[in-house]
Design a protein around this ligand. Structure first.
Ligand SMILES: [Zn+2]
Length: 405
């Protein structure tokens, strides 16, 4: 499985930083120029486009042969995604490097081709990076973030074989609670919601002002909020996967593909939420899935229908079993609990039963199984994540990444 490993670069002296910056700007300006031709000529073919622009671009922008080729591929990839618009490139967009224009000088330095020739740039890395750097492949992206250069190196991480697991940890993903597992651990969404509201407020104030600096601030705020959310998703997914692994279980999730709209519509109708919530929800699912793969924890996707309406005690399925968003109260046997925790238990029960057939027929709805008859667990435990507010999110995430998965 391929992952991107971020390495911090420490260009010295000052001129080296300037050389990388200039290369990056020139590269992206070249991309813009190439995109203009690609769009005008309706050309999304690398070879054909190269014939059209190669010499002109090299001359106008002073790029090396290989950087010109990389720019052409970058444009073609962007243009292919949507042929109705001419792609635009930010001056600080990523520059892809391959073996021909990048080489390692030991582990501490990397040689990158810049406009004025090769720059040998010192690399900083922590334990997490040091443990994985020998898995690097030939590709990397040069990225500028808040004035600091990073090299996102592609690494090939082996996937441990998925063992046979006797049991599953059911995980219900949502908005009020970002995740609840079948062991009754609740990852509350409260802190995210609070953060969102604060940002929302600041955003509205800035939008009213309509100034240039206001617009810039707006962009920054949306970036901050995104990273905050991403950081939380990393933490939750990591905790879930580790918990499943430590207890020798797989993970059961709801299979939302194909029925996505219905399920999401149902779940997300509450207040605005909508786009932001959908984006974050999908990201958390992705994170759980890839971290599970890396840890060798099998993931089973189960039929999501009625997971929060089915009674785990008596198997009664009824809309009325869920009198409110948070609550579950069985109309037939009186079983009561937190709705999301009930859903997680039902997901677990389905995962256990579906296990053998799931990989062959993922979307086969035949595997619907009502809840199990296990005893109700004790009181839910809520993880408090308040300690993370206001910390530099990017770095905290780095630390979390480094510390384990
Ligand atoms: Zn019941």
């Amino acid at each position: 499985m391929k992952l991107a490993l971020p390495l911090k670069l420490a260009p010295t002296p000052q001129q080296q930083h300037a050389a990388l910056t200039l290369t990056m700007q020139r590269f992206n300006a070249a991309c813009d120029a190439i995109a203009e031709t690609a769009f005008r000529e309706r050309c999304a073919n690398k070879v054909a486009l190269q014939k059209l622009v190669y010499y002109d671009i090299r001359q106008r922008f002073g790029l090396s042969a290989q950087l010109t080729i990389r720019a052409i591929s970058k444009v073609v990839e962007a243009y292919k995604r949507d042929r109705d618009i001419q792609p635009r490139f930010r001056p600080d967009g990523a520059v892809p490097y391959d073996q021909r224009i990048m080489s390692w000088k030991g582990l501490e330095r990397v040689s990158l081709l810049a406009l004025g020739g090769r720059e040998i740039v010192p690399v900083r890395f922590g334990e997490y990076q040091a443990a994985r750097i020998d898995r690097r492949r030939g590709q990397a992206d040069l990225v500028l973030r808040k004035g600091v250069f990073y090299l996102f190196v592609t690494i090939d991480v082996p996937e441990p074989p998925e063992g046979e697991v006797p049991d599953y940890l059911g995980v219900d993903l949502g908005i009020v609670n970002l995740a609840v597992d079948s062991d009754n651990v609740i990852y509350s969404g409260e802190i995210v919601e609070k953060n969102r509201r604060v940002h929302e407020h600041r955003r509205r104030n800035l939008q009213r002002k309509q100034t240039r600096s206001g617009r810039r601030k707006l962009r920054r705020i949306s970036g901050q909020q995104k990273r905050f959310q991403q950081n939380i998703n990393h933490i939750i997914s990591k905790a879930l996967v580790r918990h499943a692994k430590d207890t020798h279980r797989g993970i059961g999730l709801e299979d939302l593909q194909g029925m996505g709209q219905n399920i999401d519509g149902k779940r997300f109708r509450k207040r605005q939420r909508s786009r932001h919530a959908n984006w974050s929800f999908a990201q958390l699912r992705r994170f759980i899935q890839y971290k599970a793969r890396l840890a060798g924890v099998p993931v089973v996707l189960v039929d999501p229908r009625n997971t929060s309406r089915t009674c785990p005690a008596c198997e009664c399925v009824d809309k009325a079993n869920r009198p409110s968003q948070a609550q579950f109260l069985c109309i037939s046997c009186g079983f009561a609990g937190l709705a999301d925790a009930v859903a997680a238990r039902n997901i677990r029960a389905r995962a256990v039963v579906m296990q053998p057939m799931v990989r062959a027929a993922r979307h086969d709805p035949a595997g619907v199984v009502p809840g199990s008859r296990k005893r109700p667990r004790d009181k839910p435990l809520t993880l408090v994540m308040g300690f993370m507010t206001g910390v530099s999110q990017f770095w905290r995430r780095e630390r979390w990444l480094r510390s384990g998965m």
